[in-house]
Design a protein around this ligand. Structure first.
Ligand code: NAD
Ligand code: IPM
Ligand code: MN
Length: 365
């Protein structure tokens, strides 16, 4: 068996961190007998500026043939006029997530050994949860428009979408995640995060669905937080969370906060999952292209490397490839052997080169 992987390094620090993730995969493959092939795709803001092309339906058809996709980051300087209107984010990243029906965005928030958190007195015991972010609906559908543009009577609207089907499959995935975590010694607790006090339509669909599905999971404790309170708890009392299920936009916001409490953007990994395996899942660090440090060998590749570990475990599970699962476990363990090297340093500005950190992980495999 061989994993057929698509690589979309993207822009800025994307190529730097994706290179390291493949070097680590190569080394893990050597230890586990995993076989893989990598095919490079150029989709990025730079490619768009050169060619006028983002990603079309033929590209999606080509990507469907892969077992999984590894993505670095796409996007240029925020507010670059050549990239106005989210042409890159929508045209590449969101198109991939939507067209490949990657309806779960799984984002662990875990303080690794030795990493400094800005939260005083909080340790790895208190900062250890998983966000299950819905990934194909909500404000990300791009519904809306601008009327009477450029006039004093301009009207803009942007519509939040919650379908029963989309919400239910996400909520069920989150309950299953809580159950799996319980079996692995965690609390087995699931919190729904929304803003039902204001978003009374979309919020009601989420809450009713959550309450109905909950009846099938008597073994899982549940809770509900409004998203503003969730931000407060993530800082003041992160230990209240074990698994969080959250709609797309709130999930985007709270997972950057999650990255910050776990030490920085350089640590936060994610998987855009199609859990049914009807199309490939895509793995990427939570961070963006970081134009401020691009090309300087300063990026921390741990988030990309950890995302590669997640790729191996998830795809290995879907394909029944034991060597891939083993490689994913080795990568995850190696990352946690390396993180104590960051003790007393800033995770994102550690002074270690991007390539040096990759080598540290390879050595720890
Ligand atoms: P960003 O995550 O790129 O950067 C925010 C800050 O975190 C910067 O100071 C950066 O130096 C730092 N940082 C990020 N990753 C780091 C790493 N691995 N190591 C060390 N420091 C790191 O967010 P932004 O500046 O808001 O966005 C830049 C571009 O990336 C925008 O075009 C945005 O749309 C895009 N973006 C893409 C993705 C993606 O492709 N998945 C995600 C987020 C943002
Ligand atoms: C993320 C990013 C994306 C999102 C952007 C770049 C479209 O911020 O992956 O968190 O909002 O989902
Ligand atoms: Mn984000």
């Amino acid at each position: 068996m061989s994993l057929n992987l698509a690589s979309i390094p993207g822009d800025g620090i994307g190529p730097e961190v994706v290179d390291q993730s493949f070097l680590v995969l190569d080394a893990a493959a050597g230890k586990t007998g995993l076989k893989f092939e990598k095919t490079h795709f150029p989709f990025s803001a730079a490619h768009y500026i050169d060619t006028g092309k983002v990603l079309d339906d033929d590209d999606i058809a080509a990507l469907r043939k892969f077992d999984a996709i590894m993505l670095g980051a796409v996007g240029g300087q925020p507010n670059d006029p050549r990239l106005a209107g989210g042409v890159i984010e929508k045209g590449i990243l969101l198109k991939l997530r939507f067209d490949l029906d990657q309806y779960i965005n799984l984002r662990p928030v875990k303080l690794y050994p030795g990493i400094d958190t800005p939260l005083k007195h909080k340790t790895s015991k208190e900062i250890d949860f998983v966000c299950v972010r819905e990934n194909t609906e909500d404000l990300y559908c791009g519904l809306g428009g601008i009327m009477r543009k450029g006039t004093p009577h301009e009207v803009a609207n942007q519509t939040m979408v919650a379908t029963r089907h989309g919400v239910e499959r996400c909520v069920r995935y989150a309950f299953e995640t809580a159950r799996a975590r319980k079996a692995a010694g965690h609390r087995g607790h699931l919190t729904l995060v929304h803003k039902t006090n204001v978003l009374n339509f979309a919020g009601e669909t989420w809450l009713r669905c959550f309450d109905e599905v909950k009846a099938e999971y008597a073994d899982i404790e549940t809770g509900y937080h409004h998203v503003d309170a969730c931000c407060m708890f993530m800082v003041a009392k992160p230990e209240v969370y074990d698994v969080v299920v959250v709609p797309n936009m709130f999930g985007d916001i709270i997972t950057d906060l999650g990255a910050a409490i776990a030490g920085g953007m350089g640590i936060a990994s994610s998987g855009n999952l199609n859990p049914d395996g009807t199309a490939p899942s895509m793995f990427e660090p939570v961070h963006g292209s970081a134009p401020d440090i691009a090309g300087q060998n300063k990026a921390n590749p741990i988030a990309a490397i950890d995302s590669m570990g997640l790729l191996c475990r998830e795809v290995g599970r879907i394909k029944g490839d034991k060597a891939a699962v083993k490689a994913g476990e080795l990568i995850g363990a190696a990352v946690q052997k390396v993180t104590p090297e960051f003790a007393g340093k800033s995770l994102d500005r550690s002074g270690f080169g991007c390539d040096a950190i990759g080598q540290m992980v390879v050595a720890a495999l």
